[in-house]
Design a protein around this ligand. Structure first.
Ligand code: GAR
Length: 194
């Protein structure tokens, strides 16, 4: 058996977190990013992966829900850990069971606040703004069969001022994500290898 941990990243949109993860693990001794998968053929994440010579695969809703083709791809590539980075579809039970405790997600708020179905990206920041909360943050958690309810591995916070627009909040959140997500992924894999 290989001593490398092999990551597949799932991303639906821009993929700026995915890119930070590519950079962080370039040349890493024991962890390699081997695949970027997306449900969205237009996702800029696919372009970012190509720049880093990381193979990409795109799938549609029928493949995701009604077949196990994605699981077959992950097995072919000997994936050991799955990283969700701005991925918007619920992970089906067959994948969670194939990777028990080996799927991680980042959510752009302090769960359990502003989580659940339909809460992603700017919708989260708009809800934070509307709530009048004076702080928000990020949550990195394991994925289980319910949206945003797996074991929390890390949270960090930032201040929300009355002048912050949802876009300003998004920028603060992205900065936190870039600082923490790659290193938490590394810690999590090291304490939970292969
Ligand atoms: C990130 O802020 C991530 O936390 C969020 O989408 C953004 C993707 O940005 N994820 C969710 O909302 C999941 N519920 P990116 O494509 O530039 O990495």
């Amino acid at each position: 058996m290989s001593t490398q941990s092999r990551i597949a990243i799932f991303a639906s949109g821009s993929g700026s977190n995915a890119e930070e993860i590519f950079k962080y693990f370039q040349g890493h001794a024991s962890i390699e990013v081997v695949l970027l998968l997306s449900n969205n053929p237009e996702a800029y994440a696919l372009e970012r992966a190509k720049k880093f010579h990381i193979p990409t695969l795109v799938f549609n809703r029928k493949q995701w829900r009604e077949s196990e083709i994605v699981l077959e791809w992950l097995k072919e590539k000997e994936i050991t850990h799955v990283v969700l980075a701005g991925f918007l579809w619920l992970v089906p039970v067959y994948l969670i069971r194939a990777f028990p405790g080996k799927i991680i997600n980042i959510h752009p708020a302090l769960l359990p606040k502003f989580g659940g179905k339909g809460m992603y990206g700017m919708k989260v920041h708009e809800a934070v703004k509307a709530s009048g909360d004076t702080e928000t943050g990020i949550t990195i958690h394991e994925v289980n069969e319910q949206y945003d309810e797996g074991k929390i591995l890390h949270q960090s916070k930032c201040v929300v001022t009355p002048n912050d627009s949802p876009n300003d909040i998004a920028q603060k959140i992205h900065q936190l994500e870039y600082v923490h997500y790659p290193r938490i992924i590394e810690q999590w894999i090291k304490s939970n290898p292969f």
